[in-house]
Design a protein around this ligand. Structure first.
Ligand code: DI6
Ligand code: FE
Length: 396
């Protein structure tokens, strides 16, 4: 039984965060058995072992619902090129970008990919993250796509973290299929997806809908297969331009559309009708020095729940801090600190289609973050200060 807790109860739509002072949380068999005010603690729990939290803030453990955290090499040289004026799209069209990480990821052993990814995963865990989504998409051949997904699963075995995988074979067209995107989808991406699903390596299917990647019609070919095999979909949509990706995703009952800087009001309405989550990725917005803001006021107006994630990847968001993503979501996108917290808890769980996590209530998984803080706004306000006191994962 955790006692003397300041418990953050987060409600979605509209977002609010109610603080309960002098709270208690009883944990049994990895689940929250009871929570409420200390004085109401049922007798049954009175002689259980206790931990006095000395009024610290307790939130659900954090959920990073969009990452590309498994990859080979790095792209510091492209960072320098962009500082000299090259754009992300120009670098991509010149054969750099995602393709340069594909080369490094194909060349790396499974062990090396795992060790490298763990350095970043450990940084997230130190900030109270207990659930992490990980995408493939730097293999773009059957073997390497599966290798990435196996590494993602192994992360969940060697660390105390829940991993959800997304198959992202439709990330970009690899050089050996240059100019033949349809052939790539037909001969590599879709067969890889079927194999990944058979092996239980994919929990969802994602794609990159952009003129440097795939058109909505091409993404639809991949989503048709996802539907056949019964996997939920999500989409990188409207990040650099508006191709109508979010609408396409809505037609497939997508869990989320992600990025969304160029989404219009029509697209927001369609997302609302399909109960999709808008996943905001301010690390990519910041890194690419984007100036087009995602339509935050429209998300609020149409009650599209907003999640916030790192997008941790070597190109557009080399960010391994969900707390900094929250800070950026507030400072750059003008989310309220309560919205940012909902974005990495309850709404992030919805973006992954998982129940039982992302809030503090009886029956929920006992994944908690205990902070050296009194108020949730402190989590978003500081930059580069980690005020985590202790993380509880599955009850311990
Ligand atoms: N959008 C992104 O921001 C990442 N993937 C995507 O589809 C970037 C991937 C990269 O540049 O390596
Ligand atoms: Fe991404």
């Amino acid at each position: 039984v955790l006692t003397h807790a300041t418990i953050a109860h987060i409600t979605a739509e509209p977002v609010s965060c109610d603080l309960q002072a002098k709270g208690a949380i009883a944990i049994d068999m990895g689940k929250i058995a009871w929570c409420g005010g200390m004085i109401e603690l049922p007798d049954a729990y009175r002689n259980w072992p206790t931990e006095n939290l000395e009024d610290r803030l307790v939130t659900p453990a954090l959920i990073d619902c969009h990452s590309h955290i498994v990859f080979g090499g790095n792209r510091a040289s492209e960072f320098e090129m962009r500082l000299e004026g090259a754009s992300y799209q120009e670098i991509s069209r010149a054969g750099g970008g995602i393709v340069s990480t594909v080369k490094a990821t194909r060349a790396a052993s499974e062990e090396a990919l795992l060790a490298d990814a763990l350095t970043r995963v450990d940084a997230l865990i130190r900030e109270g993250v207990a659930t992490l989504e990980i995408k493939s998409g730097y293999g773009l051949d059957v073997e390497t796509e599966l290798k990435m997904l196996r590494v993602a699963r192994r992360i969940g075995q060697v660390r105390n973290i829940h991993v959800r995988t997304s198959f992202l074979g439709a990330h970009t067209v690899p050089p050996e299929y240059s100019g033949r995107g349809d052939d790539y989808l037909d001969q590599v991406c879709i067969p890889a997806l079927r194999l990944a699903a058979e092996a239980g390596l994919a929990d969802a299917v994602d794609g990159f809908c952009e003129d440097i990647a795939f058109s909505p019609a091409q993404i639809a070919l991949v989503f048709d297969v996802a539907r056949q095999i019964g996997l939920p979909v999500k989409l990188h949509a409207e990040q650099l331009s508006n191709l109508g990706g979010a609408k396409l995703a809505a037609q497939y009952g997508a869990l989320s559309a992600d990025h969304l800087e160029y989404l219009d009001e029509d697209g927001v309405q369609v997302m609302a009708e399909e109960n999709m989550i808008a996943v905001l990725l301010p690390g990519a917005f910041y890194t690419l020095r984007e100036t087009q803001l995602p339509p935050i006021d429209l998300f609020r107006k149409y009650r599209v729940p907003m999640a916030v994630a790192t997008d941790c990847n070597p190109g557009s968001s080399p960010l391994a801090s969900l707390l900094i993503a929250m800070n950026m979501a507030c400072t750059l996108f003008r989310l309220t600190p309560d919205e940012a917290l909902a974005g990495v808890t309850v709404n992030a769980a919805r973006a992954l289609g998982i129940a039982g996590r992302g809030n503090i209530a009886p029956g929920m998984q006992a994944d908690l973050a205990i902070w050296n803080a009194a108020h949730p706004s402190e989590l978003s306000y500081r930059i580069g200060f980690n005020c985590l006191h202790r993380r509880i994962w599955s009850g311990t």
